[in-house]
Design a protein around this ligand. Structure first.
Ligand code: AMP
Length: 187
């Protein structure tokens, strides 16, 4: 059966200290497979990225990894799953965004932040209307939302930007938001 929607996941290339984050990534990967949702992600086998992809692929899910040539060793390209090698980070990000119906953000570092803020700034400029959903079960992203609120309060970010990002505190909530998102074909 063809997958119903493509979920682009941004998350860490590290595991982080708290095992709750890796558990979340694994659980979410398995749920994507179960729900017949395609995973689009950064193509590596390490950290939370690897956890979500391996869990999805091993549960029979549809996975598309997109990795720049220079990171195939460092991020340990997941050869078993379908993976596209692109020339650079810009192309990775462009291709991930193009393939996505919706973005889901799990815990991660500056790379995750960069990718997320990029799609948020594109949405703010009206360049796409794809939902951006933070799946955050333990408040990891609280400081990010505090910064966003601060920027809005200080008049540097328009208030509507807050409505461009959703917060889900469990997988079921995130899934409901994914299913509520329009599919690309319908755009
Ligand atoms: P991190 O959250 O720092 O572990 O990074 C998560 C992922 O984001 C890694 O696969 C990084 O290679 C990737 N990444 C970092 N910066 C960028 C960027 N500017 N464009 C695309 N991917 C990036």
């Amino acid at each position: 059966m063809a997958t119903s929607k493509s979920v682009c996941v941004f998350c860490g290339s590290s595991d982080g200290r708290d095992p709750v984050h890796r558990d979340l990534a694994q659980a979410f990967g398995a749920v994507l497979a179960r729900e017949n949702l395609r995973l689009v992600y950064g193509g590596g086998r390490i950290g939370l990225m690897g956890a979500v992809a391996v869990a999805c692929f091993e549960a029979g899910g549809d996975v598309l990894g997109i990795i720049p040539e220079f990171l195939t060793q460092r991020e340990v390209m997941y050869d078993e799953a379908p993976t596209v090698v692109v020339p650079n980070l810009h192309e990775r990000k462009r291709r991930m965004a193009e393939e996505a119906d919706v973005f889901v953000v799990l815990p991660g570092g500056v790379g995750t932040l960069e990718e997320t803020v990029d799609v948020l700034s594109w949405a703010q400029l009206g360049l796409h209307a794809k939902p951006i959903i933070f799946l955050d079960t333990d408040g990891y992203w609280d400081p990010f939302f505090a910064l966003l609120d601060h920027q809005i309060e200080q008049g540097f970010t328009p208030a509507f930007a807050r409505d461009l990002v959703a917060r889900a505190d469990d997988i079921d909530d995130a899934l409901a938001r994914v299913f509520a998102a329009p599919a690309r074909a319908a755009e």
